[in-house]
Design a protein. Sequence first.
Length: 202
Amino acid sequence: MFAKMKVATRLGWGFGIVIALLLVMSTVSLARLATLNGNLKQITQLNYPQVVLAHDAIELSLENDKLLRSFVLYDDDAQRADMKSRIEANRSRITADLDKLARHIDTPADAQAIKDVALARNALVPMYDAFYAQYKADPRQGVNYLLTTVVDARKNFEKALSAAAQIQSDVMSDTVKNADETFSQTRNEVIALASGAVIAAI
């Protein structure tokens, strides 16, 4: 059929096909770029910040454990007051971290993880005042309470935070994997369309 066409007609068809293939290639590329951009935003604006917040809360909880142990080692009231003040400051920072985490719930798994964190923290929070009261009444009893009940509650809290962070880490790994697959698919499709455009032009 093409052999019987005039040269101008054949050139017109050839350019038309090339333009159509370029439009398809552009559309596919833009769609895939939008997908990659969405993946990047999910990681940088949602998943990674949640991991950072969870690990920051864990670090603050671990620091509070050290400060509580220092609290029982010091004999000076001023030093103990300083330890207590630093503990309270860390607790405020933990509260701020958890508030931010709660605002970024994205899936049912996130919601359950945050719920577990909240339950663990609610169990730990009143133990600070209980420890101070017990230590003031009977230092030995206070130390025993710290090294058993408080430590166990703190570990449960940190375990819940680690689980919440792991969920986000897994999501990031899956998102990166999807991004790699999207890139590979886009590359193959663009190569195929570009090859078709070259053949049509010839």
